[in-house]
Write a protein that binds this ligand. Structure first.
Ligand code: GLY
Ligand code: MN
Ligand code: MN
Length: 434
């Protein structure tokens, strides 16, 4: 990343936020809003803390993932006030703010206290994980839905600064993916692949934007597989790795699938087929496109691949219609990506109205019409999930499935290929591959 350019982009991002918040607060009749960073929780009856993610609306302003017990007061026409929590504590390193260009836009108050700042008079709102008593004592409205929805909407289209962070988060994650692939080829266990990923992507496990999915063989067919086997699997059919990285809070979310030394030759052909249709779908991305329609197109592409590979006999259209393709891929084509991995407002229109997922696609997290500046994932999959396929056996649709081929592929689990794409005015900008 070019630091001077990034500083200029960051400055423009903050200026844009100041203007947008001022407009929004005025429109909703507030004199100011107080954002709370949040704080880590303790395990019940214990002095150990769970890992913690700073509230994303706070990170939208302050690029310090992990900042806790801190407050940010935004008032139109005034510099944002950052009340930064920095206790003097000989058990822990006292937090300090970095020397950074962005901090010149803030008035900063460093304090050992966890209490909020003195609030000015007027109509105020608090947004964040704050208890009702605190809000009442401060005389502020707590998480008013209309304001929260409008703040979410501000995060939907990313600034150039945010896209630069997401691009860097992709670059670092890809170094991890490459190291993980090498570890897989060398026969490593899931845990060792995870450790190779963390080392090469330069992060500790508590900092990952979501729990990495490191699935060997059948585990590749468990959509959010959550364990890391500590013993190396003797069979090497496949590895599915879904793993990201944060940069200034912004998350990458990348999946790759590799065939192992024991893979059926058809598995490699299927990986190639999924990747090819993923790239065709990515080429379609542009402002004005209905993401639900593209999700539907994914199912048609999947039907074509299953048919071309002789795993089904029926037409691609019939496979979509009968639900066969949804048994092979029960998740959505992708989602919005930003400070949260499944970023906000994916199922709302730009005025906050609900856009629920279609009835037969309850897992689809993005139902909007695309706009320039959005960043989305594109992650088609093809899995052998017995729980979903077996019920088809006794149905008319099941007669067109090659059950012998399915049994041969089952030990490979499944395939997902996931890239992160910014929607440019002229079309897709692939942050994972450009
Ligand atoms: N890593 C979770 C997802 O791809 O949505
Ligand atoms: Mn993912
Ligand atoms: Mn994803």
């Amino acid at each position: 990343m070019n630091a001077t350019r990034l500083d200029a982009q960051h400055d423009a991002h903050l200026e844009g936020l100041e203007n947008a918040y001022a407009r929004l607060l005025e429109a909703q009749g507030y004199d100011g809003v107080l954002l709370y960073s949040g704080a880590p929780r303790h395990f019940f009856g214990d002095d150990q803390q769970a890992s913690f993610a700073t509230f994303a609306h706070f990170l939208h302003w302050v690029p310090l993932a992990g900042i806790e017990h801190s407050w940010l007061l935004i008032r139109p026409g005034q510099r944002p006030l950052l009340r930064f929590h920095a206790p003097a504590d000989f058990w822990h390193l006292t937090p300090s703010l970095p020397e950074a260009a962005w901090s010149r836009r803030f008035a900063i108050e460093t304090t050992a206290e966890t209490a909020p700042p003195q609030l000015p008079r007027g109509r105020l709102a608090i947004v964040g994980e704050v208890d009702a008593d605190t809000a009442e004592r401060l005389g502020a409205a707590l998480n008013p839905p209309a304001l929260c929805q409008a703040l979410d909407e501000l995060r939907v289209r990313k600034s150039d600064y945010e896209i630069a962070c997401l691009r860097e988060a992709n670059r670092l994650a890809l170094a991890g993916h490459e190291a993980a692939r090498q570890a897989f080829d060398a026969g490593a266990a899931e845990l060792d692949i995870q450790l190779a990923y963390l080392k090469a992507s330069r992060q500790r496990e508590s900092q990952v934007p979501y729990q990495n999915i490191v699935g060997l063989n059948e585990h590749a067919g468990v959509l959010h597989y959550q364990h890391y086997d500590i013993e190396a699997a003797p069979r090497r059919h496949s590895l599915l790795l879904d793993a990201g990285r944060r940069v200034a809070g912004y998350a990458s979310d990348i999946t790759r699938t590799w065939a192992g030394s024991d893979a059926d030759p058809q598995f490699a052909a299927l990986i190639e087929g999924v990747e090819q249709f993923q790239q065709r779908l990515i080429a379609e991305l542009r402002p004005g496109l209905d993401y639900v329609a593209l999700h539907e197109q994914m199912h048609l592409e999947l039907g074509r691949l299953l048919n071309a590979q002789a795993l089904i006999e029926c037409s691609p259209e019939a496979a979509v219609e009968s639900g066969i393709t949804r048994a092979f891929c029960p998740h959505g084509l992708g989602h919005s990506l930003g400070l949260q991995v499944h970023d906000v407002a994916g199922r709302r229109d730009s005025s906050g109205g609900p856009l629920p997922a279609p009835e037969r696609d309850p897992a689809l997290r993005l139902t909007r019409t695309l706009e320039a500046g959005m960043v989305v994932t594109m992650e088609p999959g093809l899995y052998v999930i017995p729980m979903l396929l077996e019920p088809l056996r006794d149905r008319p649709a099941g007669r067109s499935i090659d059950w012998t081929g399915i049994a041969r592929l089952a030990p490979h689990g499944g395939i997902r290929i996931e890239d992160n794409i910014a929607i440019g005015h002229g079309g897709p900008i692939n942050l994972t591959r450009d």
